[in-house]
Design a protein around this ligand. Structure first.
Ligand code: ADP
Ligand code: MG
Length: 323
């Protein structure tokens, strides 16, 4: 166990205070990681096409499909595809933010998405997390989770975690309190809460602190952390929910070079157990973490490949990188 008993019991006590304080001060907050349920700008088309159902044998012969790193209880990714978007369009009135976009992310992959401002990168993340509904097209997480039909909460529960650009940590609470508040609600209110931390949560907390490297700072108020540390804490808050797929929107914006380097290392650590989609403009960072890079422009995919492949792509040079 990484946390001492003394620290643990402190947390248990302060957790009650924080929970009560939170509810009292803002009844709408019951989970800091829960996205507000935005009113969709557009409605789901009645005849949204559904994903074609294929069998393993049809797709991969008798090999049984690609191996995947996730436990059986997670989303069904036996086909090796964690995320499946096909012909997804998002229209805001007459403006097409996404335009017949198809994207397949393999389980265990770390996919980087780059592209000019307004390309549709954030809208893409909004579709994946249910914040925005596709006007048309299919969006599936694993084999069974139809993202166009699930609420943001259901999508988070299915195992998709998203970190927004602006940190939303609770500044007055300690690093540890922030992490504990982010744990799934059913676990947080377990009967054993006031006497000991649930063993499963303790494991998640230990591994999260290992990942984000903030173990020395668990009792520090989040408001006193550097910008980079706040971003890592927020990634830690995501990890407390044990997501399978993690979406990071511009994770190194505003970071120092050293913080950017640490974030790259963190992404590479996360990759061992998660599927990641990272949107970023910082090419040094992309170079440090990337395998396959997707370039988005005008709501559609302009190019896909390694960073050097897309950097040498004529259309990408023309549209994004400039000559
Ligand atoms: P990126 O993240 O690549 O910079 P966005 O996905 O934020 O791009 O935006 C894509 C385009 O869609 C932009 O032109 C933006 O103005 C437009 N857009 C995004 N959200 C809305 C909305 N809610 N209503 C109208 N237009 C929007
Ligand atoms: Mg954006």
């Amino acid at each position: 166990m990484l946390i001492t008993n003394a620290a643990t019991s402190n947390v248990a006590t302060s957790q009650k205070v924080t929970n009560d304080a939170l509810v009292k001060n803002n009844p709408s907050i019951d989970n800091p990681m829960k996205n507000s349920k935005n009113t969709p700008h557009i409605t789901v088309a009645e005849n949204t096409p559904t994903r074609p159902v294929t069998t393993l044998a049809e797709d991969y012969g008798d090999s049984g499909g690609l191996a995947h790193p996730f436990p059986k209880s997670g989303p069904d990714m036996r086909h090796g595809i964690a995320l499946y978007l096909e012909d997804v369009s998002v229209w805001f009135d007459s403006f097409r933010a996404l335009n017949d976009l198809s994207l397949y992310i393999e389980a265990g992959e770390l996919r980087c998405i780059i592209g000019p401002n307004g390309a549709g990168k954030t809208t893409l993340m909004d579709v994946i997390t249910g914040k925005t509904r596709p006007t048309k097209g299919s969006a599936f997480f694993g084999q069974v989770h139809n993202l166009a039909k699930l609420s943001t909460e259901e999508i988070a529960e299915a195992g998709i975690g998203r970190k927004f650009q602006k940190p939303t940590v609770f500044e007055k609470f300690t690093v540890l309190d922030n992490l504990m508040l982010a744990a799934p609600k059913d676990k947080r209110v377990s009967k054993s809460w006031f006497t000991r931390i649930d063993a499963e949560i303790q494991d998640t907390l230990d591994s999260t602190l290992d990942q984000i490297r903030l173990k020395e700072l668990i009792n520090k108020p989040a408001g006193l952390l550097s910008h980079g540390q706040k971003q890592w804490l927020e990634i830690g808050m995501l990890l407390m929910q044990r997501p399978k797929l993690i979406l990071l929107d511009e994770p190194v914006a505003g970071m120092t070079d050293a913080e950017t380097e640490h974030t790259a290392e963190l992404c590479l650590r996360l990759k061992k157990n998660h599927t990641l989609i990272v949107v970023e403009h910082d090419m040094t960072f992309i170079d440090a973490i990337s395998e396959k890079v997707t370039v988005l422009a005008n709501g559609a995919i302009l190019a896909e490949g390694t960073l050097s492949e897309v950097q040498n792509n004529e259309a990408v040079i023309e549209t994004y990188l400039g000559r």
